[in-house]
Design a binder for this molecule. Sequence first.
Ligand code: ADP
Length: 450
Amino acid sequence: MGWWFARSLAALGLVLAGGLCGALLGAPLHAPLPGTIAGGLLAMLLLVLRDSLRGQSLMHWLRGPLTAAAPRDAGFWGELAYRIERALRQREQRTHQEQERLAQFLSAMEASPNGVMLLDDAGQIEWCNSVAAQHFGLDPERDLRQRVTNLVRMPAFVAHLQGGRLDEPVVFPGPLGRCTLSVLVRPYGGGAKLVLSQDITERERTEAMRRDFVANVSHEIRTPLTVLAGFVETLAGLPLSEAERQRVLVLMAQQTDRVQALVGDLLTLARLEGSPPPVVDRWTSAATLMHKALEDARALSAGRHVIEGSGGDEAELAVSETELYSAVGNLLHNAVRYTPDGGRIALRWVWRSDGGAQIEVTDTGIGIAREHLGRLTERFYRVDGSRSRDTGGTGLGLSIVKHVAQRHGGEIDVHSEPGKGSTFRLVLPAMRVRRRREQASVTPAPLLER
Ligand code: ADP
């Protein structure tokens, strides 16, 4: 028995009651039948009026913003209002949940390190994240609903979008020419497109550097090998005197040394690049390290220069000794090689106001013109190629020094004036250096001067 039965029963009862009242009122006037009909009609009219009022109140609520509660009523109208309101609230809740999910999804795409852009089937921008906006020079708010090819006019991009092979990424320079973009377009959902962009400037640069590096290494190795091959031919094919043979062997040994030095430096660089930074767990004497490096430099100079050292007696280092030794050694060897005979070379330890320290190598050598200073630490960069090679240089020394400095959290800087000399500073941060404590067990060797 549903609400309609109760409602029909009540309406019938009311009409009957109206008719009965009409009959009672009509009897004294000798008109019981018209009284009954009039009473019944009046009751029906009242019922219709009451329904209209309740329906009107529900319609009023439905036409409004639906923020207030539905009109509370008993019976049919009450249940109708309640059910409409419940269906509406459920739909609102679902829409709200979907909106939240969409917002979450968009913020995930916003967090993507790559550019993401959604195009509709007419090629208009539906949405793009800030990375895509930056890649394509767009405004993520203002440019919505604009045709993308009206805003991004790079020919490679337009051609790709309009008929390129969409399964392959297209590479082209970014709109401001400052970067290289790799863009992949994926169609979805009936003509819409997902455009994924990636800034590959750094990758391209690394790739170019790798190509240059391989070309340089090949060239550096091929030259001495060609010379060696020539000497081998000479030895095999020509009847040489003992003196000539000895001379050729000396020249061959020089070329072998050159290849050996190059391979050694390449291995050092590979080790530096492929291993984690040295840990700060053991303190060693700075003076001992400087002393050893000075001895080596004096041996290389063989008395042709005045080489002196100063400072660092009380200093301790938390570094990779082999790495730092090789860095300081490289700086001193360069000073010897690029300073004419009779020049002065100094190795100094200087404390810095920030708690760190710097190891300085100063010479009175040929110096370096300003335009070369920024590129000195590039691999195989030489100011004067033949001087470098003649003195046994590989073009990798300062690259090694820079790597060692950076691995210890430091840096290298250069001051130089052509014809006057140069100063190379290897700066170490405070965490890598300290003043020796009284109880420390290390006893550094004093720095010798000559
Ligand atoms: P190289 O093996 O050629 O010396 P480096 O990387 O050690 O390679 O140095 C790069 C270039 O920097 C050298 O070729 C040289 O031109 C210049 N250079 C380095 N040290 C000095 C110095 N003390 N005085 C003048 N020029 C220097």
